[in-house]
Design a binder for this molecule. Structure first.
Ligand code: ISL
Ligand code: CA
Length: 561
């Protein structure tokens, strides 16, 4: 669509640097490794690369704990490497967006070191210091407050102990954030940001206890006391007005959960805050919103609801026409398990390949800006359930497991939690990308995190030239998406046969009324008889042998007119 901004039809590929590719053999992915694989990224149909944090950091939360916004983590490379990466991205007609982590810094950041040095330090108020802690639960288990011996006060840290929350109430703090975290990089030529924890900056200033969500627990999710708080839209408007509006930028905020009305406050164009946001309806399906490891499972209708919620706020309730807001399409990122394990079937090679492609068909036919996470394009899977808990390295997983073990549990309860961890832990997305079948999967030196055991079967090299591979299916599906953009990227989305627990059937209709398409996906491991809409088959994950029945995990895109 020529009148639409470029970022609406863009395909974004997310790179998580520590595990993408290691160019110097130290076992840690790096910027030069990314530069060396830009042709692979481009070959997918990528327009934008989103780079997860590359900044100086102790890596307690793998870079989401930044100690200097204007320096590169030496383990990932140098500023020259960054300049070269950016130049090579532009050479290939792609753009780069960075991660904007501004709810908190690392406790190693100079601002926090000053802030904690004395109660009357000019930067004391740049963070949130109190004489008493309340009952707020950290996203990484336990209390959200840490006691500082030296000045005898508590500081708020919604994530790890080493991730103190910045005080957005102080205008000087906000100015400093805009200058060092945003302007510096815009001036270098990046095209925007993925805004980390974009809903958390405005805390209810009474700092009162949160109501009980989890009975019997000492700490409780702070919920609306920290999410989309009283001044959140004022802060985003200011950031937009003072910085973002001066650039041709793409911004995508990580918001998580919110109502349709609240969603529009963030992403309606006239609000001038951000372009689009990530909602977690799909990735949190089956889990408690405040604790993913409290997992109950879900039905296909729950899954359909989740997909609906992630985009319905961009359509006018009455006319069905697009309004001035925009949404995202994603099913994986660095905080999520692998979609083929979670929503597909990895029990045998045929089901693995077909269900990975079925999920690709789902993703490439939904309305919004499409995001693909590294390794998703080759159907990388969760780690083996046989992995010992000590192989998991993510602070989120480790803290949760330790907190759980502070109280007595039966062997059964322990085994149950380990199963859920294996299904849902962030570690699943963080194993090294599987480039080929050589030692360490072609990633580089002995990786900092154990590579997935299946790298000999699932890797880029073996899929590159195979026309039936998951990788080539993604490439084709993205081509199809761009070719029929009016319908697939911008079209109206309507779920049909909502109550069906085996088949996910929806239609996409161009707002200009020219094309109507049907997508039919069999989410079961069985052959299913189904009245498949008639029309021209545009894409399918079964090369031949198309019949009147749907094969296990079969998916079809049909032009119905
Ligand atoms: O993954 C989660 C814990 O199970 C989420 O609660 C996650 O922490 C939340 O979505 C915020 O995520 C972002 O900020 C975190 C960082 O750890 C995540 O990697 C990042 O995506 C703190 O910066
Ligand atoms: Ca390296």
């Amino acid at each position: 669509e020529s009148q639409e901004p470029w970022w609406k039809s863009a395909v974004v590929y997310q790179v998580w640097p520590a595990s993408f590719k290691d160019s110097n053999g130290d076992g840690i992915g790096d910027l030069n490794g990314i530069t060396s694989e830009l042709d692979h990224i481009k070959s997918l149909g990528t327009d934008v690369i989103w780079l997860s944090p590359h900044y100086a950091s102790p890596l307690d939360d793998m870079g989401y704990d930044i100690s200097d916004y204007n320096a590169i983590n030496p383990q990932f490379g140098t500023m020259e490497d960054m300049d070269r990466l950016l130049a090579e991205i532009k050479k290939r007609d792609m753009r780069l967006i960075l991660d904007l982590v501004i709810n908190h810094t690392s406790s190693e950041h100079a601002w926090f070191k000053e802030s904690r040095s004395s109660r009357d330090n000019p930067k004391r108020d740049w963070y949130i210091w109190k004489d008493n802690a309340n009952n707020w639960l950290s996203f990484f288990s336990g209390s959200a407050w840490s006691y500082d011996e030296k000045t005898k006060q508590y500081y708020l840290r919604l994530f790890a102990e080493t991730q103190p929350d910045l005080n957005w109430e102080n205008p000087k703090t906000r100015e400093a954030i805009y200058k060092s975290a945003l302007e510096f990089w815009y001036e270098k030529g990046v095209s925007g940001f993925r805004i980390d924890t974009a809903g958390l900056y405005s805390k209810v200033q009474t700092f009162e206890d949160a109501p009980v969500t989890f009975p019997g627990e000492k700490y409780q999710p702070a919920g609306p006391l920290i999410n989309s708080g009283p001044r959140i839209h004022e802060f985003h408007k200011e950031m937009y007005e003072k910085v973002t509006s001066r650039y041709d930028a793409m911004t995508v905020g990580e918001v998580g959960h919110c109502s349709k009305a609240d969603a529009l406050k963030y992403v309606s164009a006239k609000e001038k805050e951000m372009n689009m946001m990530f909602l977690f309806d799909t990735v949190d399906v089956g889990s408690d919103k405040s604790d993913r490891f409290r997992y109950k499972g879900f039905t296909l209708t729950d899954f359909k609801d989740a997909i609906i919620n992630q985009s319905n706020f961009i359509f006018d309730d009455e006319t069905g026409e697009l309004n001035d807001a925009w949404s995202t399409v994603f099913i994986e990122n660095h905080d999520q398990p692998r979609c083929v394990t979670r929503f597909g079937n990895t029990s045998n090679k045929l089901f693995w390949s077909r269900s990975a492609k079925m999920l690709a068909l789902l993703q490439t036919t939904l309305t919004g800006t499409l995001f693909v996470y590294q390794g998703q394009e080759i159907g990388m899977t969760n780690v083996s359930p046989k992995w010992d808990i000590s192989e998991y390295l993510d602070i989120n997983t480790i803290n949760y497991w330790n907190a759980f073990n502070e109280t007595e549990h039966s062997d059964e309860e322990k085994a149950e939690l380990l199963k859920i961890i294996n299904l849902l832990a962030r570690d699943n997305a963080r194993t090294p990308v599987q480039w080929d079948s050589s030692e360490n999967g072609g990633f580089g030196g002995k990786p900092w995190m154990r590579i997935n055991d299946n790298y000999k079967d699932i890797n880029v090299a073996s899929q590159k030239e195979d026309p039936d591979s998951v990788l080539n299916f993604y490439r084709n599906a993205i081509k199809t998406r761009k070719h029929y953009s009016e319908t697939l990227i911008f079209g109206r989305f309507e779920v049909q046969d909502y109550d069906n627990q085996e088949i996910f059937y929806y239609t996409k209709t161009s707002n200009k009324g020219q094309k109507k398409m049907a997508v039919v996906l069999n989410f079961t491991d069985r052959e299913v008889e189904y009245p498949i809409p008639q029309g021209k088959l545009l894409l399918s994950n079964i090369a031949n042998n198309i019949t009147g029945k749907l094969q296990p995990y079969e998916g079809r895109l049909i032009e119905v007119n």
